[in-house]
Design a protein around this ligand. Structure first.
Ligand code: NAD
Length: 369
């Protein structure tokens, strides 16, 4: 099969779906790789590095498989051939129109978000690889905006107390945020509605904030809270939050609006110079004062809601994402490098959001050979 790598055109998107290192390895499966000129510009990878790795510069859209980072725009979908395969973040729960368009275009779509969170598929877990980047970067932003030190300092000019950091929502991004804040010397605390997270939080040297609410849902994700639980949670969080210098929020429920965890009153209660970094901005935000994509000052507290943080660290986020994508792609290739998805494979069946008759036909034909 031929595999195309387009240049991402979304605003601020600096990642690329495959990087030279990963291409070198992927080529051993027998695929041919076609990279659009400038595809690596955002990640500072020149075309020559792609060609040195064995890729060709050309039209990626004419390939059997197209690998992307962001969901395709309508124009991009129109360039995909009927019977082709697209692998990338496709936002199937929040942007069903993307999926409908792919189906109508006869494209087999595999959504990186839909890869099951099982051990065998860990190498393909792009939600995790990118959330790691977000959690790390969120802490650096918080440290940058905070008017106080993170670490405890004992100097000739006196002693400075360490900052206290609270992470609300301790999935992959939250765990990385706790670890990063700890490395910078902050006193860390984690909170989640899934009680099983408590041990992971403690193993990172952080305290566990227990509000007595258990909302573990399906597949390791959280469920939405009931009205009563929500009111109780907000009240208790309001009391807790005022004691922290830094609050980082990452709470998400797949396909839903982000839960509200930080009220305006809570922010008002924080010490001047404190910081809230809200990583849930794309889903509406966890903080009442969040303006997605903006940094605002309220009650002398900075409330930042950066969007797409992985794009701000394009080298490593692209490299990790490329490994995820190529692992999923390799799973659907036969020994000659042809695309032959085995639908009895849970990982492929679950991540596939559209199947095309055209590509099924090709599958049968290849099988017959
Ligand atoms: P996510 O991004 O969907 O959500 C972030 C966190 O917010 C979650 O921990 C969630 O419980 C929490 N949350 C949701 N509503 C909340 C509320 N009202 N108050 C407080 N917290 C709230 O999560 P994620 O990082 O994608 O991780 C989801 C699950 O997948 C976790 O169980 C994680 O351990 C699991 N996981 C498994 C694997 C694997 O086995 N391969 C890999 C990565 C993640």
């Amino acid at each position: 099969a031929s595999v195309g790598v387009p240049r991402e055109r979304g605003e601020g998107e600096r990642r690329v779906a495959l990087v030279p290192k990963v291409i070198e390895k992927l080529r051993r499966t027998g695929v041919e790789i076609v990279v659009e000129s400038g595809a690596g510009i955002g990640a500072l990878i020149p075309d020559t590095h792609f060609t040195a790795a064995g890729a060709r510069v050309g039209d990626p859209w004419a390939c059997d498989v197209v690998v992307k980072v962001a969901p395709p725009t309508a124009e991009e979908t129109a360039r995909l051939g009927s019977g082709s395969t697209l692998i990338g973040f496709l936002a199937p729960l929040t942007s069903p129109e993307t999926v409908t368009a792919l189906r109508d275009a006869g494209v087999a779509g595999f959504a990186m978000e839909a890869v099951p969170r099982i051990s065998r598929a860990q190498s393909m877990d792009a939600l995790s690889s990118q959330a790691n980047v977000s959690g790390y970067k969120a802490v650096l932003l918080a440290a940058d905006h905070c008017t106080r030190f993170f670490p405890m300092l004992t100097t000739a000019a006196g002693t400075v107390k360490p900052a206290t950091a609270l992470v609300l929502g301790v999935g992959v991004a939250g765990l990385q945020a706790l670890a990063t804040a700890k490395r910078l010397g902050a006193r860390t605390t984690g909170y989640d509605v899934r009680p099983e997270v408590a041990d992971q939080v403690r193993s990172l040297g952080a305290q566990w904030l227990d509000l007595g609410i258990d909302a573990a849902g399906e597949g390791g994700y959280a469920r939405e809270l009931s009205e009563t639980e929500r009111a109780e949670q907000l009240k208790r969080l309001e009391e807790a939050i005022t004691g922290f210098d830094v609050v980082i929020t990452t709470a998400l429920v797949p396909g839903r609006k982000a839960p509200r965890l930080v009220t305006a009153r809570a922010v008002e209660g924080m010490r001047p110079g404190s910081v809230v970094v809200d990583l849930a901005g794309e889903a509406g935000g966890n903080c009442e004062l969040t303006e997605p994509g903006e940094v605002v000052e309220r009650y002398d507290v900075t409330v930042a809601s950066p969007l797409n943080l992985p794009a701000r660290m394009p080298e490593h986020s692209s490299e990790l994402y490329a490994r995820n994508v190529s692992a999923l792609l390799e799973l659907m290739l036969d020994e000659n490098g042809a695309v032959v998805p085995d639908w009895s494979d849970e990982v492929l069946a679950t991540s596939c959001v559209t199947r095309s008759e055209a590509s099924e036909g090709a599958t049968e034909a290849t099988k017959g050979e």
